[in-house]
Design a protein around this ligand. Structure first.
Ligand code: FA5
Ligand code: MG
Length: 424
């Protein structure tokens, strides 16, 4: 049984989380409802769809080291500074990230562990874990989700030998032959563009090798995961930007009529490898969103379901084996309870993530969706008014109007008190 994760407030200025006490300060913005989820570790819970997906990905990278139990409480240094995030990067903002205090936060991505793992002289590894971001509320957003980080770096001296004599294959480190021109859109045109340049310290042949190896590794992974669903799965690579890779891409797949972003990736910033004591290497890294993939693979319609303790959800995944497609059979939807809330803003500081956080703290997983339905400025007073529609619904029972009214009342009080707005 998991240890009690609720922070025990020992006195006004200290939290205790899993036995460690933390000083609070004016950067603190974690809430009990978030901290209560730290101990769930869904990616380590046998038969959970995120566990199944994690182990499938691990099987695709058989000679890698796996790190699945790093603590999600990390220093700001690890999450941002070590990776070269500029001081004014929007991801650092309190509206977007959860802080325990000025120095310590909940990781926003598994990349937070890249430097420490490279520093232990690892050259190929996977890291899975829960990551935390303040965000909007709907069926595909939840303040906690899971990522799988992957990286592989190559000794610069060896790269020449790893291209076969006929130049048709890359020989990967586990001696698998990788065709240099496979038909999965490993496309030379995407390699060098002025918006997405290579690092000036990198010789072109070596970067090309690393890029092709990255694209092959990810294309083949995604094709393997989706083989039972779509033999002709379409994949595309879009130029992207991350402070810790260059060049960088986002990989998207075409699924049910839409392009869906699956991961971010790129060539590891050489400064990181230098700091890690591996300056003689060059290589790639990626970060996959596990929920995104699991939702399409297993037909899971709402991201809250991953957190369900309802056996009607969990039992569906216990008979899993590699050759069978699992399709989640949704239990019938219970009726929603819809409440609108409108208010005047009294200053410019309103941020939707703060509003959603207050709803989440009061409603927990009973909130399904929050949408802005009206936004206008009064012609005379110039005051701005917002109206949000909150859709409350439980995934396992019918909610009563009474209980939702109570929650809504607390939401109203909280937002008036904390967000400097006037309720209408
Ligand atoms: C990152 O987090 C980078 N650390 C990824 C990376 C790693 C780039 C290594 C380069 C090298 P991003 O914020 O785009 O990037 O998130 C990565 C993936 O996580 C996304 O592609 C998506 O699949 C998933 N993801 C992001 N936000 C959410 C969310 N709110 N809910 C569910 N999944 C999400
Ligand atoms: Mg992204």
């Amino acid at each position: 049984t998991p240890s009690n994760p609720y922070p025990h407030v020992t006195h006004n200025e200290t939290f205790t989380i899993e036995g460690i006490s933390y000083k609070l300060d004016d950067q603190t913005n974690v809430s009990p409802s978030i901290l209560s989820k730290l101990s769930r570790k869904l990616h380590l819970q046998p038969h959970h769809p995120l566990y199944i997906l994690r182990t499938q990905i691990e099987q695709h990278f058989p000679h890698f080291s796996y790190f699945n139990t790093f603590n999600p409480i990390v220093t700001v240094q690890k999450n941002f500074d070590d990776l070269g995030f500029p001081k004014d990067h929007p991801g650092r903002s309190k509206t977007d990230s959860y802080y325990i205090n000025k120095q310590i936060m909940l990781r926003t991505h598994t990349s937070a562990h890249q430097l420490e793992v490279f520093s232990k002289m690892n050259t190929k590894f996977l890291i899975s874990g829960d990551v935390y971001r303040r965000d909007e509320i709907d069926s595909s957003h939840y303040p906690i989700f899971h990522q799988m980080e992957g990286a592989q770096i190559f000794n610069i001296q060896n790269i020449e030998q790893e291209i076969s004599k006929d130049k048709k294959y890359l020989i990967s480190l586990n001696s698998r032959k990788i065709p240099l021109r496979d038909n999965s859109e490993v496309n030379d045109d995407t390699i060098i563009s002025t918006n997405n340049p290579i690092q000036s310290c990198h010789p072109i042949e070596q970067v090309n090798f690393a890029i092709k190896h990255l694209k092959f590794s990810l294309n083949s992974l995604i094709k393997k995961l989706f083989i039972n669903h779509d033999e002709n799965l379409k994949i595309r690579w879009i130029d992207a930007y991350f402070p810790f890779t260059c060049p960088s891409w986002e990989m998207e797949i075409f699924f049910k009529g839409k392009w869906l972003e699956i991961c971010g990736c790129g060539i590891v910033d050489q400064n990181i490898l230098n700091k890690a004591g591996q300056s003689d290497k060059i290589g790639w890294a990626f970060g996959l969103g596990l929920e995104r993939i699991a939702m399409v693979l297993f037909d899971i319609p709402d991201i809250r379901l991953f957190w369900s303790q309802d056996e009607r959800f969990l039992d569906q995944f216990t008979d899993f084996n590699d050759n069978k497609i699992i399709k989640f059979l949704p239990f019938s939807k219970f009726p929603p309870c819809i409440k609108d809330i409108s208010f005047w803003l009294n200053d410019q500081n309103f941020h939707e993530n703060n509003f959603c956080e207050i709803i989440r703290n009061n409603a927990e997983d009973l909130v399904e969706d929050v949408k802005l339905i009206d936004d206008f400025v009064h012609p005379k007073t110039k005051k701005r008014s917002l109206c949000y529609r909150i859709n409350y619904r439980s995934m396992d029972r019918t909610v009563t109007n009474d209980e939702i009214n109570k929650i809504q009342e607390r939401v109203r009080e909280d937002i008036e008190e904390k967000l400097n707005v006037t309720l209408r």
